[in-house]
Design a protein around this ligand. Sequence first.
Ligand SMILES: [Zn+2]
Length: 701
Amino acid sequence: MDDHEANPLLQPWDTPHGLPPFSRLQAAHFQPALEAAMREHRRELAAIAADPAPPDFDNTVAAFDRAGALLGRVAAVFYNLTASATSPELQAVQRALAAPLAAHHSAVYMDAALFARVAALHARRDSLGLAPEALRLLERLHLDFVRAGASLSPAAQQRYAEVMQSLAQLTTRFAQNVLHDESTWHLALQGEADLAGLPEALRAALRQAGAERGLPGPALTLARSLVVPFLTASTRRDLREQVWRALVGRGEHAGEHDNREVARDILRLRNEQARLHGHACYADFALVDTMAGNRAAVQGLLDEVWPRARAGGARARAARAAQMQAAPARAAGPPGAPIEPWDWRFWAERVRRERYAIDDAEVKPYFELGRVAAAAFDCAGRLFGLRFEPRADIPVYHPDVRAYEVRDADGTLRGIFLQDNYARPNKRSGAWMSALRWQSRNARGPDGRVGAQLPVILNNNNFARGAPGEPTLLSLDDARTLFHEFGHGLHGLLSDVRYERLSGTQVLRDFVELPSQIFEHWIAEPEVLQRHARHWRTGEPIPAGLVQRLQRAQRFNQGYETVRYTASAIVDLAVHALPEAEPPADLCAFEAGLLQAQGLPHGVGLNHRLVHFQHLFAGSGYAAGYYVYLWAEVLDADGFGAFREAGSAFDPAVAARLRRHVYASGNSVEPGAAYQAFRGRAPTVAPLLAKRGLVPEPLTP
Ligand SMILES: [Zn+2]
């Protein structure tokens, strides 16, 4: 099918704000549309490369930035649907097109004539009289070409393109295998005995999950918003163990959805990719293009945090062991049984209740989903003057999705925001931000003129929906996740740059979590809690005493969380730092051996095991890059201090600097310089350690 007339993806979108006409889209439209869009992109690039005029910034660099608009538009719809509302038909297209899309990308950046023009300009970049943002784009573009293999020999280029295509196919398969294991597993809960210890809100969510799967009773799925509260509350140690094993076993089942060999194949190809670039290992290649810059800088941060986290984990373990001693065997296991990973959250909750008198069932009624979303909008209003106006006429891809026009204080439209908050079986797990369109002032409009393009930004969460007629109540962690993704969303919406390549979240990857993580601070601010954390039934604000207890409890369990996270980051860096061409024969054994050598406390577990570590293997964006959350946390903890020093979480001068230098500047400024411009100095690690409750502690080497 190659009929443009009949394919809504290839026609102009005459919907409100030019959003995709989702209701008219079918899976069968994507392959022909993506193929046509790739052809159009190639034609546009061929015209740039064949331009008889000598290369200058506008006819080469700015023109390159404008090219591929149709492909960008169609691919964005495609990737968003395959993540949030997929189907077997879309998955088939995804598998069929992974290699051609990767080949297209390789062909673009290995085009010798195009690269010659970019390289010629890059060589005399300092004498071109470019504005700082234009110079940054030229440098960025040149680096994009070099890192995609443009300066390799022709033979190496051919092999490089093959490697990239294979990687694209393998990462697609990896993600689909994880989704398969997540969407097929459930545990039907039979009767009161299986629900022992569970609060009513969780029971309702489990009944809802069962109903969504066509089961007569409640069911536990692997949705994080069900698993975590279940592990926290269930007194059925045997069921906790079952769900834990299902969770950590994702991707590790013999058969057609086994990720063990897929991950090894990816590692082998990444090592080859790095070698083609002259690096000894993939981590070295990946880290060149980051704020950290090299492996030593990342290792330095991990080394600073790891022993403190381990010590925190050991203290927490002792507290849980004391709790277990006094508990009945059904919840604790036989006398003297060690704390297993499926015990950890359960006993942590007991300790937390005892020490801080906090019970999730007491907290959640104050965090109804709609109110939490409104709190995020209100904070964006108080900090940056933004207004979020719901619009029912903007097309969306699923009835769960809410659409908003986003306006500045003076009424100027800044962009469109879509929020998709609920877990569904055809949606990948986790929470993320994406864009249907990036902000730019270098976009070619339908009339052919170059001008402004407003961003269309999405947030996806995976909250378990309340039962029919019941509200969706969030934990404080869930509310924090919503704020996190909303921070990414603001990074896309507040972007104010000329060139699309430098827009929004398209920054260096160890800077990208700063705007999201710093925004998490506001949900925990007493002022915000008092205003927005209101009981869903009575409208009463959260009691001040509970807020104080929440504040005190905030650092609780940070040892556990930090150990789990840091251990995953250590595994990521280690597995990508292996210089051998052939990856370890048994990745699971490699992982276990490494963690034993690092002294991971028994019973803690990892955030992600390699066999389902989507950050690493569902794409390359976070490969050798799981550390970025910690790196950005150094920045967000240090950065939020600016508000503390100013005496208000909404200090207008600090907020204005934060908007200008962090949320608006995209990649138009080197990230270290952007941070300094906001904070007035370089960041320090101490606020991170304090925030996580990891100081003052003696270091145990
Ligand atoms: Zn994030």
